[in-house]
Design a binder for this molecule. Structure first.
Ligand SMILES: [Zn+2]
Ligand SMILES: [Zn+2]
Length: 114
């Protein structure tokens, strides 16, 4: 029985109350608490706007984007917008490079430049 439910892509569970929810395209609607949510990010429904990424999720999402390809990459672009992902990706690479430099500096016991 559960396998039947799983194979139906238009049935899901409410991100708020875990109740039974119906999904149509990017709009999900809970049958229990009537919460409307976005089926991509599972936050409150936001119409045609791109999903916003909280700072907590952003590292995970950008990493996922960096290591995905093809359709998966396309899906993320549709969700968050290509521009935002590429901007965050560049920012993260910069931050990572800076972090590595900092670690190397500590390792070599070098003083930060004055
Ligand atoms: Zn609900
Ligand atoms: Zn969304």
């Amino acid at each position: 029985m559960s396998s039947t439910l799983e194979s139906m892509t238009d049935v899901s569970y409410c991100p708020r109350c875990q109740g039974f929810a119906m999904e149509e395209s990017t709009l999900g609607q809970c049958c229990v608490c009537s919460y409307s949510y976005c089926t991509l990010c599972r936050k409150s429904f936001h119409g045609v706007n791109f999903c916003s990424i909280s700072s907590l999720d952003i590292t995970r999402t950008v990493l996922q984007y960096m290591y995905s390809s093809g359709q998966e990459k396309k899906n993320l672009e549709n969700m968050y917008g290509k521009q935002l992902l590429e901007r965050q990706q560049a920012r993260m690479k910069e931050a990572t490079a800076q972090q590595l430099l900092d670690q190397a500096r500590v390792f070599l016991s070098l003083e930060p430049p004055q």
